[in-house]
Design a protein. Structure first.
Length: 248
């Protein structure tokens, strides 16, 4: 795990999906999910070349790439794992939420039907200030980073007497195993690897779009200046120019 590297602004939305404000969240990087257009070789030679030629455009494209990767990660969670992988199903104990209820003293059990639960909404991205060509995918709190790390690595929790008593009280039976094993469900690294081509193509298209928009803006600006200069010259300006040429 990596520590906090900065802050990101997360939009607040209402029931209609409209942005009502912004929340300033701390961002915690994940070493398995770093994108770089200029330093790391996995960015691709063409994208690295663009970063050297068009640093401003590539820096803007990094934010777009981070946002896309955030969406792809959440989609992979909903699909039960990144492309080419298949996560183990949730156990009945995890789905019921009753054990967590007993351990935390909650009023009612929070049933789970989705992988990573609410952690999917705690995935974010952070684009480093220019001129650094880097964007990280990570978590929007220290707790989210901690639990996200555990879920990706898997855990093994020894079944103590207290834990066995909880099982007996909640489910009516004694656990037969000496440990509760939560299988690993890798997310960041396999997802980044699976979507690398799509991600790099998206960023290259963004760079081309930004460059095209800049060229159009320059053409329009030059055209407007030219029109303005013509309007200032007028008939008198044209006559003076002709007269000068006649004397020469």
């Amino acid at each position: 795990m990596a520590g906090q590297v900065g802050y990101v602004l997360t939009p607040r939305t209402n029931a209609d999906g409209k942005v009502t404000g912004w929340r300033r969240d701390p961002f915690f990087s994940d070493k398995a999910s770093i994108l770089s257009a200029a330093v790391q070789s996995d960015a691709g030679p063409w994208l690295s070349h663009l970063a050297a030629l068009l640093p401003t455009e590539v820096h803007k494209a990094l934010a777009s790439g981070g946002y896309l990767m955030q969406k792809l990660l959440r989609a992979d969670i909903a699909a039960g794992g990144p492309p080419g992988t298949h996560w183990p199903e949730l156990s009945d104990v995890q789905k019921s939420g009753k054990l967590d209820q007993a351990r935390r003293g909650a009023r009612r059990a929070r049933k789970r039907s989705r992988f990573f639960g609410r952690l999917a909404q705690a995935i974010g991205y952070y684009r480093y200030p220019f001129p650094r060509m880097r964007v990280d995918i990570g978590w929007l709190s220290a707790a989210a980073q901690h639990y996200g790390y555990m879920l990706q690595r898997g855990t093994r929790t020894p079944v103590t007497r207290k834990m066995a008593g909880l099982f007996k009280g909640v489910f009516g039976w004694w656990p037969r195993k000496r440990s509760m094993d939560m299988p690993a469900r890798p997310l960041m690294e396999p997802s980044l690897r699976a979507h690398a081509f799509e991600l790099h193509a998206h960023m290259e298209n963004r760079v081309a779009r930004y460059l095209s928009a800049s060229e159009r803006w320059l053409q329009e600006t030059r055209s407007n200046k030219s029109k303005y200069a013509d309007s200032l010259r007028g008939p008198m300006g044209a006559g003076a120019s002709a007269g000068t040429g006649a004397r020469a």
